[in-house]
Design a protein. Structure first.
Length: 284
């Protein structure tokens, strides 16, 4: 609650199906879940009352204006006229479409349509919003606009967002926590920082060093240390030592004995891409 949760997996992993089940729009073959305290099977109407969803490739009434589209969605949700009009004004401002209020949607860019779609989700003032691949097909500017909008809605309005995506960079830039789905099963769920630490525990420890000098002889000596699997030289006298277990003391002693001075030494943080690929390596 109150965070942006990234739901990560490749196409066909089951992300959209999971979102539809959480919205109470399709029934799971087994198991259950709750959204906002409501059972998705027994209380699906209550779930849809407090939650909204922007599906991938959402459609719009192209011959209607932005205001008319939002007004129609507001009527479908039984929002009284005066409240509806006020809400539409607030939402158009929130998604940056105030200047386009009375312009037909057919003239909108794809990014503008996605922002309008987010406004349609928010018209009923939900507690949680499910976004299914909201930036797919957008150019870099459109992607940034939608990403910034999600962050702003979460930060300024406390909106809980469940973001389904296969775009690793988007999830890493946007989400507080992530879940990784593989073959219809949730195989990991935590902060990126904690998932990175778990990779270290499972034999993916990497130590970054910045040294005054690096020689081929030093690299050979480091590679000879037990449990050191790889030594890579980077730019600006950076050295990356990969280990199956913590051998940082032996590594630093070897460097010092060789005559080089350690200017920097720290564990390397794993990117979301490395974490994601680690889980999918097992499947391969």
């Amino acid at each position: 609650e109150g965070e942006i949760f990234g739901f990560l997996g490749p196409n066909g992993a089951g992300k959209t199906t999971t979102l539809l089940m959480l919205m109470g729009l399709t029934v799971p073959t087994s198991g259950t879940a709750t959204v906002g305290g409501y059972d998705i099977i027994k209380e699906s109407k209550e779930v849809r009352r407090i939650a909204g969803m922007l599906p991938e490739g959402a459609g719009y009434y192209e011959d209607l204006t932005a205001r008319q589209n939002l007004d129609y969605i507001g009527q479908l949700n039984d929002i009284p006229r005066l409240e509806r009009e006020k809400r539409i004004d607030e939402l158009l401002e929130a998604v940056g479409l105030t200047k386009w209020t009375n312009v037909k949607v057919e003239k909108f860019s794809r990014g503008m349509k996605q922002r309008l779609g987010i406004a349609e989700v928010l018209i009923k003032n939900p507690k949680i919003a499910f976004f299914d691949e909201p930036t797919i097909g957008l150019d870099p500017q459109g992607t940034k606009e939608v990403r910034d909008l999600m962050i702003r809605l979460n930060k300024d309005h406390g909106l809980t967002i469940f973001l389904s995506s296969h775009l690793l960079y988007e999830v890493q830039q946007t989400c507080h926590r992530v879940g990784i789905i593989r073959g219809g099963r949730l195989v990991a769920a935590d902060t990126i920082e904690n998932l990175s630490k778990k990779m270290v525990e499972k034999g993916r420890m990497v130590i970054e060093f910045k040294l005054t000098e690096i020689s081929p002889d030093l690299i050979r000596k480091l590679e000879a240390i037990d449990d050191v699997t790889l030594v890579k030289r980077g730019d600006d006298n950076m050295l990356y030592v990969y280990m199956e277990s913590d051998r940082s003391r032996e590594v630093s002693e070897t460097i010092t004995k060789h005559g080089s001075i350690i200017l920097l030494m720290k564990p390397k943080e794993h990117s979301l891409e490395e974490i994601f690929l680690k889980y999918y390596e097992r499947e391969a």
